[in-house]
Each structure stands twice: as structure tokens, then as C-alpha cells.
Ligand binder design. Sequence first.
Ligand code: NAP
Length: 360
Amino acid sequence: MKLTVAVPGVTGRLGGPLAELLLEHGHQIRALVRDQASPDVRRLQERGATTVRGDFDDRFSLEEWAKGADVVFIMSTPHHGVGPQAETRHAIAQADAARAAGVGYVVYSSSAGADRPTRVPFMESKRHVEEHLRSLGLLHAFVAPVYCMDNVRFPWNLEPLRAGRVVRGLPPSLALQQVAIMDVAAFCALAIERQDAFAGTRWEIASDVITGEEEARALSRVVGRPVAYVSVEPEQADAMTPFFRFVREEGFAADIERLRRDYPEVGWRAFETWAAGQDWDAMLWVHPGDRHGSGLSKRHRTDLLPPACSPRGGRRWNSVRALLIDLGVNAPAALAGARRAGPPAIAPCCAVLQPTANRR
Ligand SMILES: NC(=O)c1ccc[n+]([C@@H]2O[C@H](COP(=O)([O-])OP(=O)(O)OC[C@H]3O[C@@H](n4cnc5c(N)ncnc54)[C@H](OP(=O)(O)O)[C@@H]3O)[C@@H](O)[C@H]2O)c1
């Protein structure tokens, strides 16, 4: 059955792939967006998505967005400085808008562990949303992912990775359940499409379980240079301290075997399979300035870091140049940025990029 699905966060790591998947499956999308002119939003519009301009803090825009939808997907984040309280408020506002618009079924992107008190702020925030949704009497499904593999791509994790390190507040031999965001999106799509099977259910989802040491070895293989695992005390992990304490003391317990057996269509990537699918050259050799850690933000496209100029040979030079061309980057400005970065190693990089700059 073709559905009309209201999806928020379509410019984000989860909402983006989910919207793409639902469009691929032939559904109509009502995408809540803050900036109609952003390239991601334009792309979705070209693919047939309806976009509704709004904000999680604007109740009327949320009701407009939810109007006419068969299913509302609910997500919010504590990221970008808004904090856990805003995350709860934003998700509850989406749930209330779905109810006010007379929508019959919602799927909430929660977190593993959010069904019980954990003292982890970004899990507690989702627990309050789950409680609110249960009290609303709306048909709902909760999709609750464990630690996302894609977190390695966050800027604060890419920086140590450039120096050959994965740093985490967990012992090297402690196994951590993980899941790829693409698999989360695929499972959310199933929950949206199969209301009869999913309404009233809550799923903790994971696709692999891997120790820090194993993760570092897998990254060494796919990145093509040595990566070591560095274990720090949870207290040294800043905002992640309560999370690492939770994992050490309690941990995740998603039933990976069952998920793989019952929902093979999701793909359920192992960590190394996921890692092999990432463009590490682009991420590690160009500044990971955007908030999704993809290395592609406008703000930083012209801001080459010194590692881009490592004398490791042509492959990396070429990938930097190809990336700049793909992005339509203003190459002279990129060169100026590279020169400003300073070290003598920059010179050969500029030399490689210079012909490109002259052609543009
Ligand atoms: N990382 C993990 O290990 C993990 C594990 C379990 C669960 N989770 C959860 O999974 C979810 C994934 O989020 P994500 O990574 O996709 O987030 P994200 O990449 O930061 O994207 C956030 C999206 O929300 C939109 N947005 C933010 N504030 C908004 C507002 N006030 N009004 C309207 N739209 C707004 C953003 O749009 P703009 O482009 O307009 O900013 C963007 O599209 C989060 O709830 C996270 O906590 C993560």
C-alpha cells in the first residue's frame, strides 16, 4: 500500500536516508524543513517530496506538516547545543501535532535503553517521549538503536582518527553493540510500512557487536594505515561520560540474531562492511567541518587541513582534487586556505591543485 508519510529531519543523518528510501518505495513524503532552499531539500523536492516549512518549536507548522499523513515519523536530537530538554519538547510537539491532525500511527526514533532510567541525559530525554507517546493513546512503534557506527564520522572522532587513534571511554576488550544509520533508516521504513505488524512494539536494534580493539583493526584495514584503540576513563569523555558508565555497568542487549533472521531485507551491516562503504579519503583528508562529519560543509570546503598535503602519494592528492571538482569548489580559494594552513608540506598539494584552479 502506498502511504503518505510525514518525515522530519530530512537534512539529517537519519531522516535523509529514510526519506530517500520511502520515496524509492513509492510513498508520498511530507518533509518538515527549516530551509526550503538547501540543496538537500531541493533534491528531495525534485524527487517528488512535498516540503512544509516549519520548526519543532512552531506548533502550527507541525500540524500543517502532519495534516493528511497516514504515518508520522517522529525524531528530534539533543545535538547542536539544544540539549536533552529541547529534544524531549521537540519530539512531544511532533506527537501532539500528529494527534491533532488525526493521524492514526506514528513511528518514534528512540534509543536503546530509553525504556528505563539510565541517568544518560540523551536516553532519559527519549524515555520521557516514549512515556508521553504511550499516554497519548496513538498507535505507535518505537525504533531504538544502539550506538551508531556512523559516530566515528563525528568531527571530534575524526580528529583523533587522523592521528591514528580511536578514543573511547570503554576498556579495549569490552564489546559494544553498534548499528549503521542506514540500517536504522531501513528498519524505520519497515515499521512505517507494516503498521499491522509493528503497532504496539518496541525494537532495540543492532547489527554488530565489536570490541574497541577489533574496531581499530577493522579501521586500519579500510583506512589503509595503522589505527590504535585508546581507552580513557569515562570521566575523561566529557558529555559522553554518563553513556560510557552505562555501557560499562549495563550495556545494550539487542537481539542481533533475531533481527538478522526475521528482517534480512534491512542488510544489517557488520562494522567492517559499513566502514568499507565510507569515503575515508574525503573524510580524513579534507576538514570534517560540517555537523554531520561528512567533510562537505560549505563553510569548510575551502579549508584544507595540512594532512591533505601528506606526501603519501598520488591517490590522496587526486582524491582531494576530485572532491573539490565534484563539489564545484572555488579552487583558488581552496588553495589560499591550504597555504594559510602553513606547513611546508602544503606546497606540493598546492602544486597538484594549481592546474585545476587555473582551468576553472
Ligand atoms: N548517534 C547514536 O549513536 C544514536 C544512537 C541512538 C539514537 N540516536 C538518535 O538518532 C537520532 C538521529 O538524529 P540525526 O543524527 O539524524 O540528527 P542530525 O543529523 O543532527 O539531524 C537533525 C535534523 O533535525 C532537523 N532539525 C533540528 N532542529 C530542528 C527544528 N527546531 N525544527 C525542525 N527541524 C529541526 C535538522 O534540520 P536543519 O537542516 O534545518 O538543521 C536536521 O535535518 C537522534 O535522535 C539521536 O539522538 C543516535
